[in-house]
Design a protein around this ligand. Structure first.
Ligand code: SAM
Length: 279
């Protein structure tokens, strides 16, 4: 029984990290004209109301995307531009954000005619909401397990591949499962770009994922972590991204993108990154 609902967390600092990395990787890949097949293994419901009851209960977006949005004048002509343009389109009022896109909507906002997206979602209510949103977008929705689903569609017909793996990690074994599936997916498409998000937890439970990937045989894995300067004693103290086959120069661009939003007016966090496994 799945209980995680992204509506409680939409637009938090981890979403900023994840969606920033996703749009950056995709737009960098689009420097070449060849088609990209996109897969979002844990898609959520695509569009979130930051003023809704669930988002209001946690208020997480206030310390996340709302802070980046407030700094937008300082972020003009930067790698934030595709995200800020989309947020402005969805929130024409200009005040605090009301509508915030989830990962399939970020994919779709920068998708070109030659690119495709398939989004998996297991939770039936979330999947129905996703289907409803997808009627107006060029996105194929599959109601089912995204990890097994991914293995079923690889290698894609398109010459290039971008995959986002963003589980809720409700079950402890998901960290090891992600590593297992990634090894199989990579074996089927070695040139694919895979982005994997995970929470940095006070308990250290997440550490199994980078540790197992390090000895998995997969090469070219970039590792980026955001750490909150004033972390809670329990729960999520940071956000992690692992990027297999990052576009050339990705790390420098990600760091330059995050730097202006890390201060106490922004996410109040520290960014650290390096190769987990080099070329
Ligand atoms: N990727 C979304 C975003 O960035 O906007 C957020 C996704 S949320 C962290 C994880 C989602 O995965 C939840 O909506 C949950 O219902 C769904 N989920 C959990 N297990 C799944 C599985 N095995 N396959 C597909 N979806 C799953």
């Amino acid at each position: 029984m799945l209980s995680y609902l992204h509506q409680f967390h939409a637009g938090n600092f981890a979403d900023v990290h994840k969606h920033g990395a996703l749009t950056l990787a995709l737009t960098m890949m689009q420097a070449k004209a060849s088609p990209i097949a996109g897969f979002d293994t844990h898609a959520g419901s695509a569009l979130y109301d930051l003023t809704g009851e669930r988002a209001g209960k946690t208020g997480e977006a206030k310390a996340g995307i709302q802070r980046v949005w407030a700094l937008r004048d300082q972020l003009e002509d930067s790698d934030w531009s595709p995200m800020l343009d989309e947020l402005a389109r969805l929130n024409p009022g200009g005040g605090p954000l009301v509508r915030y896109p989830g990962s399939p909507a970020w994919f779709s906002s920068v998708q070109r005619d030659q690119d495709t997206l398939t989004a998996f979602e297991l939770h039936s209510t979330e999947s129905s909401r996703l289907q409803h949103w997808a009627r107006q977008h060029r996105v194929v929705v599959r109601n089912g397990d995204g990890l097994q689903g991914l293995l079923g569609v690889l290698p894609p017909k398109a010459p290039r591949l971008l995959v986002l793996i963003d589980p809720s990690y409700e079950i402890k074994t998901e960290y090891a499962q992600v590593c297992r599936i990634l090894k199989q997916a990579w074996a089927r498409c070695r040139h694919g770009v895979f982005l994997i998000w995970y929470p940095v937890l006070a308990s250290g439970q997440h550490e199994v994922l980078p540790a197992q990937l390090e000895s998995s045989g997969i090469t070219k894995i970039w590792h980026s972590e955001l750490h909150l300067q004033q972390p809670p004693e329990r729960g999520m103290t940071g956000s992690g991204m692992l990027v297999v086959n990052p576009p050339w120069g990705f790390g420098d661009r990600l760091d330059a993108m995050l730097r202006p939003v890390l201060g106490s007016e922004g996410l109040n966090a520290r960014h650290q990154q390096s190769w987990l496994v080099p070329e």
